[in-house]
Design a protein around this ligand. Structure first.
Ligand SMILES: CC(C)(COP(=O)(O)OP(=O)(O)OC[C@H]1O[C@@H](n2cnc3c(N)ncnc32)[C@H](O)[C@@H]1OP(=O)(O)O)[C@@H](O)C(=O)NCCC(=O)NCCS
Length: 146
């Protein structure tokens, strides 16, 4: 299967929304999709990629280079979200997206990359491990403010 990875464009947002809803099983448009248009204009568009198969967007990744972070003396490349259409999973699309993003981070001088995944998302963790990620020392803390 020929996978073409290219920059994500505002016109891809409907496809991103479709893929995300298929993965999550939700009918709601998420804050990711609502905010992505602005992020593409003001954030780090080089970190946002789409994967096409036969002209159809079947996957995406949204990253970010954070210029400073506690305990770090240089930028950290974060992978904020990655998603592949369930019909196209397991065919190398996620690997193509991930490797391209890591290459981008390296060209920008980034020496460390991070992501946060659910502890029980074994498939996503397996995917990140194949890219070279290992469990870090940090833990995430969160709190419901309602
Ligand atoms: C995780 C995900 C991005 C992987 O993309 P993909 O296109 O299916 O993955 P690929 O086919 O490119 O596989 C890449 C590697 O990951 C591994 N992998 C992918 N899915 C896996 C799974 N379900 N179980 C175990 N390993 C898996 C493969 O073994 C492969 O390794 P290899 O290249 O050495 O053979 C995709 O399955 C997905 O979108 N899942 C839902 C994502 C999600 O919940 N996102 C929200 C959190 S960010």
């Amino acid at each position: 299967m020929n996978v073409r990875v290219r920059p994500l464009k505002p016109s891809d947002l409907a496809a991103v929304s479709r893929i995300e809803r298929r993965i999550t099983g939700s009918r709601r448009t998420s804050s990711l999709v609502r905010n992505l248009r602005k992020y593409l204009a003001t954030g780090d568009p080089g970190s946002c990629l789409a994967a096409e198969v036969e002209g159809r967007v079947v996957g995406f990744v949204v990253g970010e280079i954070r210029p400073w972070e506690f305990g770090e003396d240089r930028e950290v490349g974060w992978i904020r979200v990655v998603g592949v259409d369930p019909d196209y999973q397991g065919k190398g699309v996620g690997r193509a997206l991930g490797e391209r993003l890591l290459r981008y981070f390296r060209t920008k001088g980034v020496r460390r990359t991070r992501t946060v995944v659910e502890w029980d998302a074994g498939d996503v963790i397996a995917y990140f491990r194949t890219l070279g990620f290992e469990r870090g020392d940090g833990i995430t803390l969160e709190m419901d403010l309602r």
